[in-house]
Design a protein around this ligand. Structure first.
Ligand code: AHR
Length: 504
């Protein structure tokens, strides 16, 4: 059976927020130290930032970066990470059982963001701290008034306020592993009063309340309802975190089809948020921030974590080496996020470098692209403007975990301002090629500018420092005639087609 998509140019899913192409830098393992920051590295600039990594981040098209955690933030005192470096204290880092030297902190992160051309998304500590510290950090970061904290930033060499808009109210506070873990009511009170206090300083902030740490948490649904019952009027987003563990999922077909699970999670979160909206007779929609998502070999982390003794600085934690199958899963997850772009207005692939990252580095050595780098980079470059989802016909393929799923998942995007668009498509069948036809309707597409196919020779193939391009996209044949795209998707492949046409 042929897969058919029919686009109605007048019925987009919604506007794509560029913030869908976000990432995450946590003080965890080698994400910061020897990841983005390594003063002794041959490529380091005067701020100690690795320029080889900065170049890859730009190539990847990352738009927004969450910082400084993650679990790390729940016991973090931001004051430890500002001021003269020699005077900063080293601390026990509880979340990842490491030693935190604090030689990288808020100001260094802001410098990195500027150089990377990304928007910062800062998280405040609602584990061990609360309203006072959140407001203090806000004053240090954004303050323009003659306050002690704004002056401290100026004295530290940063005259201009940073103007950070996006703030996370804590991290995964429902997780028992979190320092300062809370029940839903306690978190809801704290998040609400922190949001109110932060808005007293800056009413226009965009605030993200913590949703459940995962869809599998027993409290999912009730947690979000409780949090939004309290915080609805003072927050803009609720967060979703979702990881797919290939060792748990076990079969490649299910892993590649992980997008169907993220679809259900997003639908569940929208239903929960809208339930509170209805109860409140509100006309405001809460948006979704999928601010941690990825493939993560979580089970192998548990074993790895136990192999360290003492309190090491930047130990090699969560250094997943991604396979071809993992890259296809990531490609599928990106399609899911785009298909929900009416409500998913921010998303962060977790994380950026070394720690479950699309970019890997060696201390003192090279940086390279993991397999998962490629679908992200292609989608971030091409998928702008508005998204259209219209698979009207496609066969089903069997998966162990999710049962029968649509063989082809796809999204079309079109940016009327630039007259550019894309088709992103995943063939979830590991054995059958899929012929695909896309009726572009009234979209003013005139040409196929490029088509890149990710089709690993072997689903287990990986990229390494020695063989960095083993899994990489290659050109593919796509035909355009009479307003229709036709293409054959090989088994287990992900395609990114660049379309050009008239503006408007
Ligand atoms: O991204 C790794 C960890 O996963 C984060 O610190 C935490 O928020 C999540 O559980």
């Amino acid at each position: 059976m042929k897969t058919r998509l029919v686009i109605d140019a007048d019925r987009p899913v919604g506007d794509i927020s560029p913030r869908i192409f976000g990432s995450f830098v946590e003080h965890l393992g080698r994400c910061v130290y020897t990841g983005i920051f390594e003063p002794d590295h041959p490529s380091a600039d005067s701020d100690g930032l690795r320029t080889d990594v900065l170049e890859l981040v730009k190539e990847m098209g990352v738009t927004v970066v969450r910082y400084p955690g993650g679990n790390f933030v729940s016991a973090y005192d931001w004051e430890d990470g500002v001021g003269p470096v020699q005077q900063r204290p080293a601390r026990l880092e509880l979340a990842w059982h490491s030693l935190e030297p604090n030689t990288f902190g808020t100001d260094e992160f802001m410098a990195w963001c500027r150089k990377a051309g990304v928007e910062p998304m800062l998280a405040v500590n609602l584990g061990t701290r609360g309203e006072r510290d959140a407001v203090d950090l806000l004053d240090y970061v954004n303050g323009d008034a003659p306050t002690a904290l704004a002056q401290q930033r100026r004295d530290n060499g940063h005259e201009e306020p940073y103007g950070v808009t996006l703030w996370c109210l804590g991290n995964e506070m429902d997780g028992p592993w979190q320092v300062g873990h809370k029940n839903a009511d306690d978190y809801a009170y704290l998040a609400t009063s922190t949001a109110r206090a932060m808005r007293m300083v800056e009413p226009s902030l965009e605030l993200i309340a913590c949703g459940s740490a995962s869809w599998e948490m027993p409290t999912f649904g009730d947690w979000e309802r409780t949090v939004l019952d309290h915080a609805y009027d003072v927050v803009d987003f609720i967060s979703l975190h979702r990881y797919y563990d290939p060792d748990v999922i076990a079969d490649d077909a299910s892993l590649v089809a992980s997008g169907v699970d993220l679809d259900r999670f997003i639908a569940g979160m929208i239903a929960t948020a809208d339930h509170v909206k209805a109860k409140k007779r509100s006309d405001k929609d809460i948006m979704l921030s999928v601010d941690e998502w990825n493939v993560w070999h979580l089970a192998s982390y548990e074993a790895q974590a136990k192999s360290f003794e003492g309190w090491p600085v930047a130990p090699p934690l969560l250094e997943d080496v991604y396979t071809g199958a993992d890259a296809l899963a990531v490609g599928g997850l990106l399609i899911t996020l785009l298909r929900h772009c009416d409500r998913v207005k921010a998303a962060c692939q977790a994380q950026l470098v070394n720690v479950i990252g699309p970019i890997m580095t060696r201390k003192g050595g090279p940086a390279w692209r993991q397999t998962t780098f490629h679908p992200f980079a292609l989608a971030a470059r091409l998928a702008r403007g508005r998204a259209y989802h219209a698979v009207v016909e496609t066969p089903l393929v069997e998966t162990v975990r999710f049962g029968p799923v649509p063989a082809v998942d796809a999204v079309v995007t079109w940016d009327a301002e630039t007259g550019r668009g894309s088709l992103l498509a995943l063939n979830r069948s590991l054995t059958e090629a899929m012929p695909v036809e896309v009726d572009l309707g009234a979209l003013p597409v005139e040409a196929v500018a490029s088509a890149q196919l990710l089709r690993p020779d072997d689903l287990a193939d990986v990229n390494t420092a020695e063989d960095p391009d083993r899994v990489a996209p290659v050109g593919h044949e796509v035909a355009l005639a009479d307003g229709r795209l036709t293409v054959e998707l090989p088994p287990a492949s992900w395609l990114a087609v660049e379309l050009t046409g008239r503006e408007g």
